[in-house]
Design a protein around this ligand. Structure first.
Ligand SMILES: Cc1cc2nc3c(=O)[nH]c(=O)nc-3n(C[C@H](O)[C@H](O)[C@H](O)COP(=O)(O)OP(=O)(O)OC[C@H]3O[C@@H](n4cnc5c(N)ncnc54)[C@H](O)[C@@H]3O)c2cc1C
Length: 394
């Protein structure tokens, strides 16, 4: 199979990259190992779009007009919910079910060729890639490649192209599940207090303290999010299958205990049950590409701009180096910071682009640029560069 642009991974970034490249006239193939698009926003049930809007302001202003605006509008129509201000940031509640469906439509309308259930297993300069579906290999030749895999899998195949973060600083994972059968208003503070009581009474383990709940916007439906340490069986390594397996099992075990406890002890929870598990636990940070430029947290905080900026980052540095909640560091005197084209270009390789949470940046900057609103924007920029070239470059 021969294409102009191969996009690896159909999360927020890959979706935007593939749609943009196809709309620009390129024959575009998107390969995704799951059977739905949206990445963490569907498979891990992450249910809020952050980074869509400029920081501060009396109204929600889209930071990166383009695909972000289209996705936001479609999501608002699907859920009936608009942007919400939380302190200095605006966010858009999103529903994973709607995200998967609107992604299918965007891909179909743009004319992207799509291979679900296809995992990239090799990548060689040229570009020649291999994907595996149910044991069968398929070779793909492409003029340009965009790695939007979240885990920089392409960098792993092209040895030494990834930038490691020390395990102890990696943003911690979380496990999100869907809960139904709860009646009445959701009082998050009261629920947290009840979980503490359960732990003190010896009915819940300490890990249960990481659980919090948010209404989905649909009658009777709640999302439960359990922040995990990632160290359920040793040092946290989001690329190690044994570590990932422990996270999945711990997520289900602790979430089940918490919901069972609340069923017996919390008003309105007598009929509560876990209605669905995610396809996978949520991983915030794993591998990142080493690019021609590396965006730093200091640049984001300073609202720095660069000559070759292709997208705006607006989300604060949301550091989650422990499972005891986020530490937020806001941009100073700026509503956005520039993301340079160089951070979306793999260092040392021609026509190899990268987008989303694995683009080239340091650990601190990743704590801002990983949010889905920003992933749409970097995906769109990578899709455009793959077809039209790099601004001001060859
Ligand atoms: C618990 C949690 C809470 C979060 N909260 C928020 C929030 O409230 N708001 C927000 O905006 N962001 C939030 N984030 C961050 C955000 O969800 C992610 O950083 C973002 O979705 C990343 O998008 P991406 O496209 O870069 O990668 P991903 O969403 O990880 O998508 C990568 C895709 O590539 C596919 N893939 C990977 N390897 C291969 C391969 N070899 N072959 C084929 N396909 C492959 C994967 O299956 C996946 O679909 C949260 C993240 C987590 C984990």
């Amino acid at each position: 199979m021969k294409v102009d642009v191969l996009v690896i991974g159909g999360g927020s970034a890959g979706l935007a990259a593939a749609v943009t490249a196809a709309r620009t006239g390129a024959r575009t193939l998107l390969v995704e190992r799951n059977g739905l698009l949206g990445g963490m926003g569907t498979a891990a049930l992450v249910h809020t779009f952050c980074g869509l809007y400029l920081l501060d302001g009396d109204r929600a202003e889209i930071a990166n007009p383009g695909i972000s605006s289209e996705i936001a509008e479609r999501m608002e129509r699907a859920t009936g919910l608009g942007p919400v201000k939380m302190g200095r940031v605006w966010v858009l509640p999103q529903h994973p079910v709607e995200f998967a469906s609107l992604s299918d439509r965007l891909i179909r309308e743009a004319g992207v060729d799509l291979l679900f259930h296809s995992e990239l297993v090799s990548l060689e300069p040229g570009w020649r890639a291999e994907v595996v579906c149910r044991g069968a290999r398929r070779v793909i030749e492409a003029d340009s490649v965009i790695d939007a895999s979240g885990d920089a899998v392409g960098a792993e195949f092209l040895m030494g192209a990834a930038e490691p973060t020390e395990a102890v600083r990696l943003q911690r994972p979380a496990y999100v599940c869907g809960v139904q059968g709860v009646s009445g208003e959701l009082n998050s503070l009261e629920l947290s207090g009840r979980i503490v009581e359960g732990m003190r009474a010896g009915a819940l383990t300490k890990a249960a303290l990481g659980m919090h709940f948010r209404a989905s916007g649909r009658a009777g439906e709640i999302f439960g999010t359990l922040d995990l340490s990632g160290e359920e069986q040793g040092a946290y390594d989001p690329t190690d299958p044994a570590c990932l397996s422990a996270i999945e099992v711990a997520g289900r075990e602790v979430a089940s205990q918490v919901v069972a406890y609340l069923r017996d002890h919390q008003r309105g929870w007598g009929g509560a049950y876990i209605a669905h598990w995610p396809i996978r636990a949520g991983v915030r940070e794993s591998r990142r590409w080493r690019g021609r430029a590396t965006l730093t947290g200091e640049e984001v905080l300073a609202g720095a701009t660069h000559e070759d900026d292709v997208a705006w980052a607006t989300w604060p540095l949301e550091l989650r180096e422990t499972n005891r909640g986020p530490k937020l560091r806001y941009l100073k005197d700026a509503r956005a910071a520039g993301i340079p084209a160089g951070a979306l270009q793999a260092d040392g390789f021609e026509r190899l682009f990268v987008a989303g949470r694995c683009l080239s940046c340091d650990h601190e900057a990743q704590a801002s640029i990983r949010v889905m609103g920003t992933c749409f924007a970097t995906g769109e920029a990578a899709g455009r560069m793959a077809v039209e070239g790099v601004p001001g470059g060859s």
